[in-house]
Design a protein around this ligand. Structure first.
Ligand SMILES: [Zn+2]
Length: 276
């Protein structure tokens, strides 16, 4: 979707979107420009807020406040598998990829309604894992699939399957994916309000993907991984938001300092964080 490297106002655009090819929020619509494509068809070009010419190749953030110095890894008993809507994969504001940075065991599958990933199907069939599909319990027609706790048997690994997309995309993925239709559904109940600054949610109770994962890991008792992911998410959020207004962060935030401390000790057997 970034093929052709379209120039807009003389500036390279790395996170632009063409209508119909990617979900574009209302906020971006005012920024629409029309252009004629190679077939002579008028198309509308949208420029996502914060299009920067100079991005880090590794973390995709503007180099002004790169995330890479704060990257940490952790281990957790639970695993997170993301089923990512194809439109999410190229968005630099996607937070699903932060989960994989912190927890390398994370698996990311691209969603397909009719051609699900073979590896995903094999994993779903494996007795080694106990997958839970994370979804709200606000509709009566799947009430019989709802579970309240991620309970497992023996050595089974609990797996949180998160549908990574906009709220609307996630509902569509949930309804249209036959291969997910028998999984137990674990709704996430939390008082937490989103801290995500890069997209405007319909409701403050709609958490972004990394926030959902952090809450689930906490629920599962993976406290260090949860706290590290939260700190990494807050750092991503602060770095990106500052870059959008062309501000270079001067001093590390508390979350950044904790990540740097974790890098120095580098041992996830030593708990750095107090359990609530
Ligand atoms: Zn970087």
């Amino acid at each position: 979707m970034f093929e052709g490297f379209i120039l807009h106002n003389g500036e390279p655009i790395s996170d632009c979107a063409i209508q119909g090819n990617i979900d574009v929020s209302r906020k971006h619509r005012s920024d629409a420009t029309t252009f004629i494509d190679e077939n002579g068809i008028e198309r509308r070009l949208f420029r996502a807020r914060g299009s920067f010419a100079d991005r880090c190749d590794a973390c995709m953030l503007p180099r002004l406040n790169c995330l890479c110095p704060y990257q940490v890894t952790a281990t957790a008993r639970a695993e997170v598998w993301l089923i990512m809507h194809p439109h999410e994969a190229y968005k630099p504001t996607n937070t699903g990829r932060l989960i994989k940075d912190v927890l390398p065991s994370t698996r990311i599958f691209q969603w397909s309604r009719t051609e699900p990933d073979d590896e995903l199907l094999a994993l779903l069939a494996s007795n080694r894992y106990r997958p839970f599909l994370i979804f709200p319990d606000d509709q009566p027609d799947y009430a019989d699939r709802i579970v309240r706790q991620p309970a497992v048997e023996g050595e089974q690994i609990p797996v949180f399957i998160i549908l990574d997309g906009t709220w609307r995309q996630a509902r569509r993925m949930f309804r249209q994916s036959v291969y997910l239709a028998s999984l137990p559904i674990l709704p996430l109940h939390t008082d937490r309000l989103t801290r995500y600054k890069l997209r405007t949610p319909a409701s403050e109770s709609h958490l972004c993907t990394a926030e959902v994962a952090a809450e689930l890991l906490k629920m599962a008792g993976d406290v260090d991984a949860s706290q590290l992911l939260d700190d990494y998410f807050d750092t991503f959020n602060d770095c990106y938001a500052a870059s959008r207004v062309h501000h270079r962060l001067q001093a590390p935030t508390e979350a950044m300092q904790r990540l740097l401390a974790w890098q120095r000790t580098g041992n996830d057997s030593v708990p750095l964080f107090e359990v609530d």
